[in-house]
Design a protein around this ligand. Structure first.
Ligand code: ZN
Length: 132
């Protein structure tokens, strides 16, 4: 990757695998202007996974899953952090439900509900009311 400031060559000075969210974080330094910036590498779920619902095939949306979990956690002060953690947990479990290259909305809801049931009964009831 080239420098975001001057377009010069960069080197990676530090790198960390964030196991929980399956991301790789890298600190980069420009060899020309010495600027320092960081990058993150993550799976592009929109390209990797397809979701089948009653009407059509659509790319999987991590944002959509996150928003529905965030809505379900509105009664919690830590809703943002909770929804991020739940999204990571659920996404890790979803590959087991991919059949013939596609996921179904039903499978996503089922996995989400199992995670929410363990996490918070109110959030689970809220999610179920919207997605059942
Ligand atoms: Zn530079």
């Amino acid at each position: 990757m080239v420098c975001t400031y001057c377009g010069g060559e960069t080197r990676v000075s530090n790198s960390r695998h964030q196991i929980k969210s399956n991301r790789v974080w890298r600190r980069r330094q420009c060899l020309d202007c010495q600027a320092v910036f960081s990058t993150e590498e993550a799976v592009n779920y929109e390209r990797a996974w397809v979701v089948h619902n009653a009407k059509a095939l659509k790319p999987f949306s991590r944002d959509k899953l996150f928003l529905s979990l965030h809505n379900s956690c509105q009664h919690r002060k830590t809703a943002l952090r909770d929804a991020q953690g739940l999204t990571d947990t659920i996404i890790k479990k979803l590959p087991a439900y991919i059949e013939a290259g596609t996921l179904t909305n039903t499978a996503i809801s089922r996995v989400a509900l199992v995670a929410l049931n363990r996490f918070d009964a109110v959030a689970s009831a809220h999610y179920q009311a919207v997605h059942a």
